[in-house]
Design a protein around this ligand. Structure first.
Ligand SMILES: Nc1ncnc2c1ncn2[C@@H]1O[C@H](COP(=O)(O)OP(=O)(O)O)[C@@H](O)[C@H]1O
Ligand SMILES: [Mg+2]
Length: 271
């Protein structure tokens, strides 16, 4: 069973995601902290776009705005042409931290979006079981989050993001807690899922190779407050396989992004 096959047809239409001059300033007890200076970017329906930037530059903040969890200070985000004003049911989110409910089993955690959206629970349960097996957690359906490693919790979070078949997936460094082998495996599974279902994916990462391997486009952000310093197409052929990483163009693209990332993080010349 592959991740793509686990997601039942018919598929909902994919949706465009557009950031239009989005700004965000956090207001805290100690003052104001500009997190997003100004970001405009667009992901076409069904495209895979990575947002690449240094740690602390505002990547998670951007995804929270797209998810409707945080209102922008200025500008707007549109999903399928509608301004995002709060959480939406056609979005799946994989957070940087697994954020599982500690008092619920893995299966119940994966079913949370299906339950809150009133989906047919029989079908959702069967899809959840497939997804749990697919992320390597077969046998842990009845386990509680504290019985899992951080990486296993993150994989449960991945299954949860897919269970309601969202049109848009927002993924915040979803593989950061995985070991190298599982990270590669999940990247390939994600691509297989994406290429068949063609959901729009916004994928946040600080991994250059990961961004190039997965994406149609990579948007490079500056240090905080974030602005777009580069937005490049990744014209590598699909389907991508592990051999893609051996292509000269792959190396060239990674090298170009690495230089821009260093420049954007103020580390030029220190690399
Ligand atoms: N709720 C918050 N209140 C105040 N500052 C925050 C909040 N969340 C994040 N920040 C700050 O905003 C900046 C960007 O954070 P974040 O979006 O998490 O960056 P990234 O995901 O790129 O590492 C950081 O300096 C962080 O400390
Ligand atoms: Mg983050």
């Amino acid at each position: 069973m592959s991740l793509a096959a686990a997601v039942a047809t018919p598929l909902p239409a994919s949706a465009a995601v557009e950031f239009d001059a989005v700004r965000l300033t956090y207001r805290t007890a100690t003052g104001v902290l500009p997190a997003i200076e100004e970001v405009s970017l667009a992901a076409a329906p069904g495209s895979f776009v990575s947002i690449l930037g240094p740690s602390g530059c505002g990547k998670s903040t951007l995804l929270k705005i797209a998810a409707g969890l945080l209102p922008p200070s200025a500008g707007r985000v549109q999903l399928a042409g509608e301004v995002v004003r709060g959480p939406r049911r056609d979005v799946g989110i994989v957070f940087q931290q697994p954020t599982l409910l500690p008092w619920q089993t893995v299966l119940d955690n994966v079913l949370v979006p299906a339950r809150s959206q009133g989906l047919d629970m029989r079908a959702a349960r069967s899809r959840a079981m497939d997804l749990i097996a697919l992320v390597g957690l077969a046998g842990f359906e009845k386990a509680y989050p504290h019985e899992l490693s951080g990486g296993m919790q993150q994989r449960a979070g991945l299954a949860r993001a897919f269970v309601h078949e969202p049109a848009v997936l927002l993924m915040d460094e979803p593989f950061a807690a995985l070991d190298a082998l599982n990270r590669e495996r999940m990247a390939l599974e994600l691509l297989e899922f994406w290429s068949r279902s063609r959901r729009t994916v916004l994928f946040v990462t600080h991994g250059i190779q990961e961004a190039v391997f997965l994406s149609d486009r990579v948007v490079v952000l500056s240090n905080r407050p974030a602005r777009v310093v580069e937005d490049i197409a990744i014209p590598l052929p699909r389907p991508r396989t592990l051999d893609t990483m051996l292509m000269p163009d792959f190396t060239l693209l990674c090298d170009r992004l690495r230089r821009n990332l260093f420049a954007a993080s103020g580390a030029a010349g220190r690399a």
